[in-house]
Design a protein around this ligand. Structure first.
Ligand code: HEM
Length: 359
């Protein structure tokens, strides 16, 4: 026992990791971090790690070239052992990450955890909420399927309709009006280098500010005495257990019940193909189809931009230290009205795209 402890200490020293381990052991956080109400933050952490790992494996086989992308993904999916599971884990992890981030944001909003002094924890969280969809959008094009290709065409035309910066952004994204090899290369580089780097940096900021400001106290003071736990082993063990459970759950679900939809290879000449929007863009889609002609910009940029801006400045305009939801009923009512509008628009868009009998 003593021998193996000495060996692991020696190995940590050799790799110059002993200080990092000491730091994690000596870093303490409130034991409230282990409660169920905070599980979404931990699941989001685990899902991000899972996305990075599954993405790294897929990158070993992926070829970012229009003539080869579809076949390379198909080869990984159907010919490699567990290729379908890895692709399934990547696909369902981002879907779940969006859901879990929204739940996590809802909890921190309702409990007023975003209020001073945790403004920057909230702001870095909102930025994560804005950057993760960019990673999804760039990922959609990579398998070079009909759905991915034509969804990207729709998105590119929405971007180009934004005055002044729209055409410039399209040029930057795909090097011209065509969605071809330049677009695929740029989307790939954004997807595997720039956006992951952005997500890692924002997560580092999120945790840095959390460490600096600490977790918000529970609104209802607990009768149990407050205690601290160590990041290593207490919190990191929780993350490891969650990691194993989430990986197995998604892996088994995707292998036996929820295979990732595939589809036909992209055919840029087949402009009759009408892509169906993913669940998380349904409301944006509806906004774009409501505002037409000279008002397109209202649905494509003004309203989504105003919503993102409102989320970003929330902790700076709602500064009263009051955190109890009943005492903050006005801002909670506004948030619920906005959520109801988003849900209503999503249902309208869903009915339009998924229940229409017109071929
Ligand atoms: C990848 C995305 C995210 C990850 C991995 C993440 C992770 C975490 C973790 C582990 C905690 C501590 C435990 C907890 O309170 O749940 C936390 C706290 C917090 N997060 Fe996030 N988060 C993410 C996104 C967001 C978003 C989108 C928001 C809001 C817009 C947000 C706002 C907050 C706030 C305000 C706290 C402090 C909670 C408190 O003190 O009670 N986070 N986050």
């Amino acid at each position: 026992m003593k021998n193996s402890e000495n060996m692991s200490q020696g190995l940590l020293k050799l790799l110059a990791l002993d200080h990092a381990v000491d730091f994690l052991k000596n870093t303490t956080i409130s034991s409230d971090a282990l409660t169920w109400k905070r599980v979404c933050g931990s699941i989001a952490t685990v899902l991000v790690i899972l996305l990075f790992l599954s993405g790294a494996f897929m990158a070993l086989y992926y070829s970012p070239y229009p003539g080869a992308a579809y076949d390379s993904v198909q080869y990984a999916e159907f010919d490699l052992p567990f290729g379908d599971v890895i692709r399934g884990i990547h696909h369902w992890s981002w879907n779940l990450l969006l859901v879990v981030m929204l739940l996590h944001m809802t909890r921190t909003f309702f409990t007023g955890a975003y209020k001073p002094p945790r403004e920057m924890v909230w702001v870095s969280g909102v930025l994560l909420l804005l950057v993760v969809p960019l990673a999804i959008i760039t990922g959609d094009l990579l398998p070079w399927t009909q759905a991915g290709y034509w969804t990207t065409r729709v998105r590119v035309s929405i971007i180009s309709s934004v005055p002044v910066i729209g055409p410039f952004m399209v040029d930057l994204l795909q090097g011209g009006p065509r969605t071809g090899i330049v677009a695929l290369t740029r989307f790939y580089v954004l997807h595997v280098i720039f956006l992951p780097a952005g997500i890692i940096s924002l997560l580092a900021l999120h945790f840095y500010f959390l460490r600096l400001k600490g977790l918000a106290d529970p609104i209802m003071p607990s009768r149990l005495p407050k205690r601290n736990i160590a990041l290593l082993p207490d919190m990191i063990n929780r993350w490891l257990i969650l990691f194993i459970v989430v990986t197995l759950a998604i892996g088994i679900a995707t292998r036996f019940w929820f295979a990732v939809p595939y589809g036909d290879p992209a055919d840029p000449s087949d402009s009759r193909f009408v892509p169906k929007p993913e669940w998380w863009v349904l409301f944006l889609n509806q906004l774009v189809s409501i505002f037409k002609g000279p008002f397109t910009i209202v649905g494509s940029a003004v309203i989504p931009g105003a919503l993102a801006g409102l989320l970003l400045v929330l902790p700076f305009i709602s500064r009263s230290p009051e955190r109890r939801p009943v005492r903050r009923w006005k801002e909670i009512l506004v948030a619920m009205l906005i959520a109801a509008a988003i849900l209503g628009l999503s249902v309208m868009s869903w009915i339009e795209h998924f229940t229409s009998t017109v071929a």
